[in-house]
Design a binder for this molecule. Structure first.
Ligand code: NAP
Length: 270
């Protein structure tokens, strides 16, 4: 599928989880494992990695560079800006242009890149005019430091407003079997032909424990995670799930979901 003009496979990797801490705070608990998971994700076909300045903070990006640099030609890395972590339980928006600039320069350095393929505003900051935040990302693109601009945690109205300022190639909102609040945003992405990256694609693991999913998985001889990811893939051609895991066995399962095709009856039963 397309991310701008870039080709990526249908299942990406959510690199927030290399940290293996429930608060996504600090360096990975097991650095060697983090590197193994990242390399294996790429080997298994995840050639889009999602990360953010705020994961760790910084440690998810650093781990990606440690494990993968020099990068394979077809690996697309998307990172995000505009959050601040004063302590582990806080994820505060900070969309001031100077903070976004600081995030960009830090991400370029940590990821060892001269240009970031996908740069996403993590969440609009209500204290700063939305147009100024998007305008700042547009400036980064003009400077050649960002290839494509994406948005996260936005409404259809915000997507429309942003598109008047700069081309938007992706939206990343919370979406999974049990939480379809962003269905209107998904439909807008379909209409516009831009990628929709559902975060919490496994419902943070909770979708895997529902009776319907477990029963269908048993019937199909598949894992619950595969049923849930296959459902997302069938749901829309613009869907780019980014399941997160720090566990190699889970990673293998998640990536193998690309081979599972749900028929219409099973799809509608979920
Ligand atoms: N834009 C945003 O605001 C935002 C917010 C949150 C996340 N994200 C991005 O979206 C990505 C995906 O979200 P997420 O990682 O929070 O949630 P998720 O992918 O829905 O679920 C991850 C959780 O499920 C577990 N898991 C993964 N595969 C499994 C399997 N096959 N069987 C059983 N358990 C499994 C993981 O634990 P193990 O590690 O033990 O496998 C982890 O606890 C993140 O990594 C991040 O890149 C973005």
């Amino acid at each position: 599928m397309k991310l701008g003009e870039l080709n990526v496979n249908r299942i990406g990797y959510g690199a927030m989880r290399v940290i293996e801490d429930p608060d996504i705070w600090g360096p990975p608990k097991d650095r060697a494992n983090a590197h193994r998971v990242l390399r294996r994700a790429y080997e298994l076909g995840a050639n889009f990695f999602d990360t953010a300045e705020s994961y760790g903070p910084h440690h998810s990006e650093t781990s990606i560079a440690e494990a993968m640099h020099p990068y394979p030609k077809d690996l697309v890395i998307g990172t995000k800006c505009g959050l601040v972590r004063p302590r582990k339980e806080r994820w505060d928006e900070d969309g001031r242009p100077e903070k976004l600039r600081q995030d960009l320069e830090g991400s370029l350095k940590r990821l060892k890149l001269e240009r970031i393929d996908l740069y996403q505003l993590h969440a609009p900051d209500p204290k700063v005019p939305f147009e100024d935040q998007v305008g700042t990302l547009a400036r980064f693109q003009k400077e050649g430091k960002v290839r494509h601009v994406g948005l996260s945690n936005i409404t259809v109205k915000q997507l429309e407003a942003a598109r008047k300022i700069v081309p938007i190639v992706s939206v990343q909102n919370r979406y999974n079997l049990g939480d379809r609040h962003s269905e209107d945003v998904l439909h807008a992405c379909e209409r516009l032909g831009i990628a929709f990256l559902p975060w919490y694609p496994l419902g943070d693991g909770s979708s895997l424990r529902t009776g319907k999913v477990k029963a269908l998985a048993q019937k199909l001889g598949a894992k619950p995670s595969q049923v849930v990811i296959a459902w997302l893939l069938k749901k829309s051609p613009v869907m780019l799930p980014i399941p997160g895991t720090g566990n190699l066995a889970h990673l293998e399962e998640n990536m193998a979901a690309a081979q599972l095709q749900l028929d219409d009856v099973d799809f509608k039963s979920l």
